[in-house]
Design a protein around this ligand. Structure first.
Ligand code: CA
Length: 232
């Protein structure tokens, strides 16, 4: 199943609920991270780049809705899927949550089954590539759901970092990213690796792409960084 390997962050101050959510999600094959409040959630998101965040509406300090708004306004996290969770169960809350950009809304109390169904639906909808699981460019095809990359129908073998790097670049074509930006987006912020590491993985990626002539899609922009582009 494609949810294997997906990481969900649950932001909830009430420990019993957090633990119930963790257990249900782990049972369904997800990896789970926890945060007790908005501040902790922001740090965890920057450090671990989860695939989806469950945000409880009522949190101490920064409210759930404020947290969701901040995540949606920040370029680095605007595409991170968010499901709002609220005990109030009012239609107005639901509308407000969706208005600020949350991807779905679940009312407490919810059953684990309902929660998991919602999570899977949102993940399917928000898969990189606008609902499409395939990223394609000049015969190079990256299938995010099966973690497979082919070039002219031939399967390419590459390491997990090269895969993530290629997926990020293919999802954002024609944009130049500095080494620091690539580290933040692919490795995660606050991961202490040297910028040179990016060059090493770009080099490995190009090597994998060279036999079919696709290495030119990964372009060095002198003084700035790297870009994925079909124009060469
Ligand atoms: Ca709460």
């Amino acid at each position: 199943m494609s949810e294997l390997g997906k990481t969900i962050l649950t932001v909830e101050d009430e420990r019993p609920i957090r633990e119930m959510v963790r257990m249900s999600l782990e049972k369904a094959g997800f990896d789970v991270l926890e945060a007790e409040d908005g501040e902790q959630a922001m740090v965890t998101i920057a450090d671990h780049r989860p695939d989806l965040v469950l945000v409880d509406w009522m949190l101490p300090g920064m409210s759930g809705i404020d947290l969701a708004r901040r995540l949606k306004q920040d370029d680095a996290t605007s595409e991170l899927p968010i499901i709002m969770v609220s005990a109030r169960g009012e239609e107005e809350d639901k509308i407000r949550g969706l208005e600020i950009g949350a991807d779905d809304y679940v009312a407490k109390p919810f059953s684990p089954r309902e929660l998991i169904a919602r999570i899977k639906a949102v993940l399917r909808r928000t898969e990189p590539g606008g609902g499409e699981k395939l990223l394609q460019s000049r015969g190079l095809v990256l299938d995010a759901s099966s973690h497979r990359v082919t070039a002219n129908d031939k399967v390419l073998s590459m390491g997990p970092t090269e895969f993530k790097l290629l997926r990020f670049l293919m999802s954002h074509p024609e944009r130049v990213y500095s080494r620091a930006q690539l580290l933040d987006n692919v490795w995660g912020a606050n991961v202490y690796v040297e910028e040179r590491t990016v060059d090493v993985h770009i080099r490995r990626l190009r090597k994998v792409l060279t036999p079919t002539g696709h290495e030119n899609l990964i372009q060095t922009v002198r003084g700035s960084g790297y870009r994925f582009s079909e124009q060469y």
